[in-house]
Structures are given as structure tokens and as C-alpha cells.
Write a protein that binds this ligand. Structure first.
Ligand SMILES: [Zn+2]
Length: 300
């Protein structure tokens, strides 16, 4: 099937209706997406939400025998760079988006494209590597840029979202490293992820929807919007971490997260968390807020 794309009319954003999301806010914004596994759907949702500019960083190629089962990639894209296929998907959805695909690691991207990354409004860390997500977090703190990371628990029982907002960290209310302090210590002591964690597409998609929503909300807040979506960003200023339970029995023991949740609220229950680190915690990244750049990000 061949379609002459010149015959397709331009996309319009009237469906947003003026009360959901603001086209001007989205078109003025740029997001750097690090990792296009779960991040593929994040990118597509942002493209559908009128995002103006996206930089996609991923060194991998699509494995058509495995990736379609857990990520947004397709069997027919086998062997192609994930950054390229994701860029193509974004543009196919919304021709007004500017897309830059960087087929390289986060480290390489920082070395060769630091200016571009540092001028973004938002960094989305969508990898399954604690080290890479932490490096993105640290970059955000150093440059005054907002960061969100999405994590999926083994077997897809829950997904977790942690934000690093510079002004929140500067106020001593923690960065992503603070909120993930227990995991941070475990990795410091040599913990390694199991090689193959059972997974399927639904938890990843569910998590990606939340990641995209948090980004959109925060972009609106930074731009001074008064739309209701801003309240989501405000919630993350007070409680920067949240867990959403996809398996109703997950962690249901008394005293554990969700242990006191009534049965009728069992499905897709989300809990938000604020400061919960121990008194002796010394954050190596935000250092209690003493070394955080703020005011670098808003460029609307
Ligand atoms: Zn911290």
C-alpha cells in the first residue's frame, strides 16, 4: 500500500479542547528520552500530545524475536536501531514534532551532544539500568532539569515512578537517589539484576502511560499553566515517589505498602511517598540539597 503523504492534511490539535493540555506549552517543550524499551510508548504518547521536540537516546537495535513481547517495538523492525524506529514512529504519528535520534549510550550522548541535552526541559530515564538512570538523575541535578524514571517490579506486580525535581531536591526533600536509597545501597554493595526477569507488555505500557502523564503535567507547571493537569505535578513536588499495584495481592502483608488497603480499592491502587529515608542517609547526589542547580530548566 503506497500513500502519498503530501495528500494527507495537516494534523490539528483541536481535540484537546482547551481544558486538557495546552498545545503551545507542548510545542515549545523538548524532552530527552533515555532508553526506548518501555520508552517507545512514552515517546509515542508525547508525540500524540503535541510535543515540539524529542531527543531519543538508545544504543541498541530491535530484537524482533523478543522485544515485541515487552516493549513497543515491532517484529518487522528487527535489526533496526531502536532510536531510529522510535523517531520514525513519533514523526509518523505527528509530523510537527522535531526528532533527533542518537544511536549511542547515555555516556556517549553526554560526551558528544551535551549542549542539546542540557537545553532540554525534561529528562525521561526509561532504562532498566540503575547506573544509567542514576547518571541521568545526576545530570538533571547539575543542570536544573526535571527527571522522571519509571521502574517495573519483577513479574509486573507493580510499577514505580520517581521524580527528581531540582527545586524539591534543593529544599532538602530528596532526589531520586534519596527516594531509592535502599536500592541505591544494594547496588553499591554489588547487587545485580537477574539476567532475565519475567515480564509482559501490559505493565510496561501501564508504566509508560504514567511516565508520559507526569512529564506533560510538569511541563505545564513549569510553563505557568493553570490547567487541572498541573495538580499532578504539584503532587510530585510533595511526594516524589509513587508505586502502582497491578497485582491486587502484591505486598499485601500487614505493615507493607498496600497492606492496609481495603479490598474494594485493590486494583490499580497507587500510593505516593515522600521522605522516607533513614536519619543516617547521606545522599551522594543531591547532598541534602546543597549542590543542586535550580532555575536552569524553564525555557518557555
Ligand atoms: Zn538525593
Amino acid at each position: 500500500m503506497n500513500i502519498d503523504i503530501r495528500s494527507i492534511p495537516h494534523i490539528e490539535f483541536t481535540r484537546f479542547g482547551g481544558s486538557t493540555i495546552d498545545v503551545e506549552v507542548m510545542q515549545a517543550a523538548s524532552v530527552v528520552l533515555v532508553g526506548t524499551g518501555g520508552g517507545r510508548l512514552v515517546a509515542e504518547l508525547l508525540a500524540r500530545s503535541a510535543l515540539g521536540n524529542i531527543v531519543i537516546i538508545d544504543p541498541d537495535t530491535v530484537d524482533g524475536t523478543r522485544n515485541p513481547l515487552t516493549q513497543g517495538h515491532a517484529w518487522s523492525e528487527h535489526g533496526e536501531p531502536k532510536a531510529q524506529t522510535t523517531a520514525r514512529a513519533c514523526w509518523s504519528i505527528n509530523h510537527t514534532i522535531e526528532v533527533k535520534a542518537l544511536e549511542m549510550t547515555w555516556e556517549e550522548a553526554c560526551a558528544s551532544e551535551e549542549k542539546i541535552i542540557a537545553s532540554a526541559n525534561f529528562l525521561a530515564a526509561c532504562t532498566d539500568s540503575y547506573a544509567v538512570n542514576r547518571a541521568v538523575r545526576r545530570f538533571g541535578l547539575a543542570h536544573g532539569i526535571d527527571v522522571v524514571e519509571g521502574w517495573i517490579y519483577p513479574d509486573g506486580d507493580a510499577c514505580e515512578h520517581v521524580t527528581t525535581f531540582p527545586e524539591v531536591a534543593a529544599a532538602g526533600c530528596g532526589c531520586g537517589t534519596c527516594h531509592l536509597w535502599m536500592r541505591h545501597r544494594a547496588y553499591e554493595q554489588g547487587f545485580q539484576n537477574p539476567r532475565d526477569i519475567p515480564a509482559y507488555a501490559i505493565p510496561s505500557a501501564y508504566s509508560s502511560v504514567q511516565t508520559a502523564q507526569i512529564i506533560i503535567a510538569r511541563l505545564h507547571q513549569r510553563a505557568g499553566s493553570t490547567l487541572p493537569i498541573v495538580r499532578l505535578a504539584e503532587q510530585f513536588q510533595h511526594r516524589p515517589a509513587q508505586i502502582t499495584r497491578l497485582n491486587p495481592n502484591f505486598w499485601a502483608a500487614p505493615g507493607e505498602p498496600f497492606g492496609d488497603t481495603p479490598d474494594e480499592f485493590g486494583t490499580f491502587m497507587t500510593r505516593a511517598y515522600g521522605k522516607d529515608w533513614p536519619a543516617d542517609w547521606e545522599c551522594p547526589d543531591c547532598q541534602g540539597g546543597r549542590h543542586v542547580k535550580i532555575g536552569g530548566a524553564p525555557k518557555f
